[in-house]
Design a protein around this ligand. Structure first.
Ligand code: NDP
Length: 446
């Protein structure tokens, strides 16, 4: 397959999916990696494997009506894109954020297909969510929204069909309400239908921590391959949600000094190292804003607006949202002595930023590899649900660490095999693609 064929496939994706710029970006990044693998495997071209992978197996869009605390009717839109089931049931989170539309869900679902393949676990790829904005909503409103959302979604789910989890705006509380409604409608205690459940009712230890921990483990693997480690590194993490908090925790345990994190209003810098207990109290317990950190830690400073990437560091762990780290931020980071980026978020670096990181030869771990620990641990949760078993924290964390080591090793080996050692973007895309493509071929034209 030639470059012009890949361009033709991309042009077709643009034509068939108009105005979905995040989806276009995610597809382009994968297609750019595939030329060498397609040159070696003519069957992928003959069977139009790339074109088939770019087309979701099923897309569901639905109305989510609910009443707010004043009794006013609200209407949101729900989505579930069941992208690819070659390796197992569709698996991927739900995002509740006002920016959500089909293009965001499709980009996330597409990434998820390759990420899940990279974990080596038997899971396909999907993603869902809603344009619902949970900010400022009461518990009762969140519950009513989740119940209405699940009242449509339940018919598309099942432990062997489609297994959602959390993402931005969907954490343990929301998974609880969603599971309760699923159980009520179906009259089945089907633990394996959702992951990220509470520890008292089918959840797995380490699932809450898994994405952030995994991103830290991935950074450690990348640095080890270069004869270095996280020990003594100065780390900046964007976001202050689930992924960010546990990335900070693990980075710190591995000897790094995490000095800054952010939310959508600004960022906090604490040169003595972020106080994790306080962060958890503000974000997880009080559901407050990050600016409250400096009210309690006088030596720290809060910057409203601005970019957290202006804070000098040697390791960056972007853990907020897509396209939050652009070319200008990448230049600033590189000027300040950056040696590694491990992406906790999905597609947080713009294409320009990725090019700059690769050209500079620093260790760059793309999200579909570096944040795969979350979904991998979700698969471990499904495994425990299926066997009615419950593992210890230590055992589960050891499995997570092994999986992250394996993800890194597979990506590094593919990068080497295809002639660009150290390029983990190439390595991740090729490894994920080949695993999914080969399973699709085995299943015939379905
Ligand atoms: P949370 O909702 O727990 O936290 C999101 C954080 O990012 C918050 O601090 C939020 O700030 C900030 N943020 C969100 N949107 C924006 C925005 N548009 N601009 C600036 N800041 C923003 O989500 P998670 O931690 O679960 O997810 C973070 C990222 O990690 C996402 O890209 C997600 O897809 C990815 N991811 C998550 C996994 C998981 O297991 N949870 C698994 C793999 C990837 P504010 O509160 O102000 O909105």
């Amino acid at each position: 397959m030639t470059v012009s064929t890949i361009e033709a496939i991309y042009a077709e994706v643009l034509r068939r999916n108009p105005a979905e710029k995040e989806f276009h970006q995610a597809v382009r990044e994968v297609l750019e990696s595939l030329e060498p693998v397609l040159a070696r495997h003519p069957e992928y071209t003959e069977l139009k494997t790339v074109q088939r992978i770019c087309e979701p197996e099923r897309q569901i869009i639905f109305r989510v009506p609910w009443a707010d605390d004043r009794g006013e009717v609200q209407i949101n839109r729900g989505f579930r894109v069941e992208f690819n089931s070659a390796l197992g049931p569709y698996k991927g989170g739900l995002r509740f954020h006002p920016s959500v539309y089909l293009g965001i869900i499709k980009f996330l679902g597409f990434e998820q297909v390759f990420k899940n393949a990279l974990t080596g676990m038997p899971i396909g790829g999907g993603k869902g969510g809603s344009d619902f904005d949970p900010k400022g909503r009461s518990d009762a409103e969140i519950m009513r929204f989740c119940q209405s959302f699940m009242t449509e979604l339940y018919r598309h789910l099942g432990e062997y069909t489609d297994v959602p989890a959390g993402d931005i705006g969907v954490g343990g509380r929301e998974i609880g309400y969603l599971f309760g409604q699923y159980k009520r409608i179906t009259n089945r205690y089907e633990s394996g239908v959702l992951t990220g459940k509470g520890l008292g009712w089918g959840g797995a230890r380490v699932r809450t921590e898994a994405t952030g921990y995994g991103a830290a483990f991935f950074a450690e693997e990348m640095l080890a391959a270069r004869g270095s480690s996280l020990d003594g590194q100065t780390v900046v993490v964007s976001g202050s949600g689930n992924v960010a908090i546990y990335a900070i925790e693990k980075v710190t345990q591995l000897g790094g000094r995490a000095i800054a994190c952010s939310d959508s209003s600004g960022y906090v810098v604490d040169e003595r190292g972020l106080d994790l207990d306080l962060l958890k109290q503000i974000k997880e317990v009080e559901r407050g804003r990050l600016s409250e950190y400096t009210e309690r830690v006088r030596h720290a400073r809060h910057v409203t607006g601005g970019s957290v990437w202006d804070v000098p560091c040697t390791v960056a762990v972007p853990s907020a949202t897509q396209n939050e780290l652009d070319g200008e931020a990448a230049q600033t980071l590189l000027r300040n002595g950056l040696v590694a980026v491990s992406e906790g978020a999905n597609m947080p670096s713009t294409p320009e930023a990725v090019k700059l990181f690769l050209a500079a030869g620093i260790a760059y771990g793309p999200g579909k590899a570096a944040n795969a620990g979350g979904v991998a641990t979700s698969a471990l949760e499904m495994q425990q649900n299926a066997s009615r078993d419950r593992w210890t924290f230590e055992h589960t964390e050891a499995r997570l660490r092994d999986i992250m080591r394996d993800v890194h090793a597979s990506c590094a080996a593919a990068a080497e095999e295809y002639g660009d050692p150290g390029n983990l973007v190439l390595g991740a895309n090729i490894t994920g693609f080949v695993r999914v493509a080969d399973a699709m071929h085995a299943h015939g034209l379905v």
